[in-house]
Design a protein around this ligand. Structure first.
Ligand SMILES: Cc1cc2nc3c(=O)[nH]c(=O)nc-3n(C[C@H](O)[C@H](O)[C@H](O)COP(=O)(O)OP(=O)(O)OC[C@H]3O[C@@H](n4cnc5c(N)ncnc54)[C@H](O)[C@@H]3O)c2cc1C
Length: 358
């Protein structure tokens, strides 16, 4: 009989996990507390690389490294459902205090392309730059996607693949039964052969009652988008942890704050001023642009950014795929593939040890 799988959480991690399992012929149901794809995965910037990737453990970079090519393939698969605008604009990093670390990181893998450029080269790539030091780091191959459009295209694609997508279905707890797992929801109980928890920032709280203490905490991030100014911002630019992302229609995003505030998603005028100023500090002409939107999302924070992907130590058949923190968009395809490999008993695409729950 076809094996049944329930995925808890309809963000990018849950939806791509559901896709992998459906592609493998499983009967998949996604249970989403509110609406699909409206939390962190919607709020993020969509950069397909960790920021300053050399600051992260290899276990993060390995999964992140799987992302860009997977998104290029996904763009073709989802073309009939919408264009999520995979754009390889490159990224310029204006702060250069970690050049040695960056070079060491790049030397470990031929896919990691990084060059040092001088001020003239930097201004040729991105006119109107301010705040340049003698040199800048140029990462030509870095891309970004328009994540709300990715989610919008994924949902109908999954439906067409036979995945059941149930909104307004909060999951409360889990327990073992012979050969499967019972999922207790606000709308009754469901049983499946396997269950994967992809509940983002809420995963730690949700799993508390199941007997594990997963250190996944919400970390708020605020962002702004400026009105379109076609041609003004050509590449992603980053300085002091703040980054500009140019969308195809001429809009520019600036992100982001890092705030530990429980589940509060309120935006603040301090953050707005500070983000706007960071944007102007990189490209002064942004001062003339109106802010169109200001929003916040809750990242699934973990102590060092390494997600939890693996089986629950006490409930067989219950798996977790959560805690991608600041890198959940770029890590989603690789995390989904690893989670599906473990659920299906396939050879795992990455060594699973760094992500185990215990
Ligand atoms: C401002 C900001 C900028 C970012 N920029 C980037 C970036 O440029 N690149 C990048 O790679 N990453 C970025 N991120 C991080 C990335 O967005 C997240 O790591 C990623 O979206 C996490 O995906 P997720 O599916 O785990 O979580 P979410 O998208 O939050 O989805 C979790 C889902 O689970 C549901 N849920 C929770 N509890 C339950 C329950 N009990 N029952 C049923 N459903 C439940 C929620 O409603 C939600 O829909 C950014 C994040 C923020 C906030």
């Amino acid at each position: 009989m076809e094996q049944t799988v329930i995925v808890v959480g309809g963000g990018v991690i849950g939806l791509l996990t559901a896709r992998e399992l459906a592609l493998a012929g499983r009967d998949v149901t996604v249970l989403e507390r509110n609406r699909l794809g409206r939390e962190s995965s919607w709020a993020g910037g969509g950069i397909l690389s960790p920021l300053y990737p050399w600051r992260y453990p290899e276990s993060v970079n390995v999964i992140a490294g799987y992302g860009p090519a997977a998104y290029r393939r996904l763009a073709e698969e989802l073309a009939e459902y919408g264009d999520f605008q995979y754009q390889q604009t490159g990224m310029m990093i204006l702060d250069t205090g970690e050049i040695d670390e960056a070079r060491t990181w790049a030397a470990q893998d031929s896919q990691r392309i990084l060059n040092l450029i001088d001020q003239e080269q930097a201004r040729a790539l991105q006119p109107g730059l301010q705040g340049l030091e003698q040199r800048a780091i140029w990462m030509n191959s870095l891309a970004h996607v328009r994540n709300p459009r990715l989610l919008k295209a994924l949902v109908p694609c999954l439906r067409d693949r036979g995945v059941r997508l149930l909104e307004n279905t909060p999951v409360k707890n889990f327990r073992s039964v012979a050969g499967g797992v019972v999922v207790e929801t606000a709308r009754g109980e469901r049983v499946a052969d396997k269950v994967v928890v992809c509940a983002g920032a809420w995963s730690g709280d949700l799993l508390k009652r199941s007997g594990i203490n997963l250190p996944v905490q919400p970390v708020k991030g605020q962002m702004l988008v400026f009105e379109p100014a076609p041609g003004l911002v050509k590449t992603m630019v980053m300085k002091n942890g703040r980054y500009l992302i140019p969308r195809r229609d001429g809009r520019t995003l600036i992100g982001s704050t890092l705030e530990q505030e429980d589940y509060d998603k309120t935006t603040t005028s301090e953050a707005m001023k500070s983000l706007r100023q960071s944007a102007i500090d990189m490209i002064p002409a942004i001062a003339d642009l109106k802010i169109e939107h200001h929003w916040a999302g809750l990242r699934p924070g973990t102590p060092d950014g390494v997600p939890y992907i693996g089986e629950h130590p006490e409930i067989p058949g219950l798996y977790v795929n959560a805690g991608q923190f600041r890198n959940g968009l770029v890590m989603a395809p690789g995390s989904a593939r690893l989670a599906a490999d473990l659920v299906l008993g396939r050879d795992p695409v990455f060594a699973p040890e760094p992500y185990q729950l215990s």
